[in-house]
Write a protein of this length. Structure first.
Length: 88
């Protein structure tokens, strides 16, 4: 099984998609365990660099936080506190 997107390992705290890291199977399982879980003989994800290349925009213009866990926030925050505040 080949997945065109890199694994989503982080939540989106900007109101789009998942608001908790606990909802993300790729965050909870390693590649080998996830391969067995989905019943595939082989499981591979596209690399982030490959995704950026396919999109054709500079990395600086993309939000990759859900794929990298690196958020473009000006203030440092504790994600656990944010998730608790969001009620997740």
């Amino acid at each position: 099984m080949r997945v065109s997107c890199p694994p989503i390992i982080s939540a989106c705290y900007m109101g789009v998609g998942f608001t908790s890291r606990r909802e993300l199977i790729a965050k909870m399982m390693g590649l080998e365990e996830l391969t067995r879980y989905v019943g595939a003989a082989l499981l591979r994800f596209n690399a982030i660099d490959g995704l950026i290349s396919c999109i054709g925009l500079p990395e600086s213009e993309l939000c990759l936080a859900r794929l990298t866990g690196k958020y473009l926030m000006t203030k440092s925050i504790k994600l656990e506190v944010l998730e608790e505040h969001l009620g997740r």
